[in-house]
Write a protein that binds this ligand. Sequence first.
Ligand SMILES: [Zn+2]
Length: 343
Amino acid sequence: MRATVMYGAGDVRVENVPDPSLVEPTDAVVRVTQAAICGSDLWPYKSMEPDPNGRRMGHEFIGVVDAVGSGVRTMKTGNLVLAPFVVSDGTCVFCQEGLQTSCLHGGRYGFDGVDGGQGEAVRVPHADGTLVVLPVDEDDALMPSLLTLSDVMATGHHAALAAQVGPDKAVAVVGDGAVGLCGVIAARRLGAERIIILGRHPDRIALAREFGATDVVSERGDEAVERVRELTDGLGAHSVLECVGLEQSTVTALSIARPGGAVGRVGVPQGESIPNAPVFMENVTIAGGPAPARAYIEELLPDVLEGRIEPGRVFDRATDLDGVPDGYRAMNDREALKVLIEP
Ligand SMILES: [Zn+2]
């Protein structure tokens, strides 16, 4: 089969790799119908050391079950399934607590002999614990929105929960990438009326407004902090969603939280340090991390199926596998917001 392999910064190739097959009785093999390029795929795209063995890419996908091991109970051949961005067994203490990203027997796509999602097929370990059977057909128009539940929409929701979003709270979202935009959807969904987005890309800001953002701050650094304070009676935001992960964006997020507020961090941290002083002195809560998408799918799925949220609108480009390398380039150049792959 064909799959996406990264060999180093800026070096993404689509090549022939071995076809996946069942290894453990709890495995399923899934033929991928939709996948995506993630903002987090851009970090290795910018910085990966050359590796002659390459690294299989992709962790967001939907597909049709092609084969199941003898121990798989919840799905059968032909079922359409959604894959959260990590593997989890569904039974360990952390899975039981809804923190599948810390599963004691979990794993990641593209590592330890597991295929990446940006290819024709994937062997999924712990199929019962990992995959969710979707109650729609393969060609359903909702597919892009359903695909976001594997990562970006779940991550935006996680940021909103970690930031303690709720009715009557002023929310600020740092970052106008796909996760930030999903953070706006999540904040609106949880009842926030005031949603300030910090970003400067006109198309993304326009989409943020359609998703429910009420105010836009296009300044950066100290000026951005000043603007958010002006918009919040000089106090700062109750809830701040940090959806970038750079040191500067994290500093901004911490600086615009009001005393007693909360910052939900979901951008994969690229900086080394967090400034402690204002956070400590103002009793600001910092929470967040990788989203347990598997835990949130049950809650978010009805909203997608019934059209109450449309996170699939973050996809502004689609390609087959041949176009994947250019998809990486386009997202890295901020020419595309998020790329949908139809192998
Ligand atoms: Zn587990």
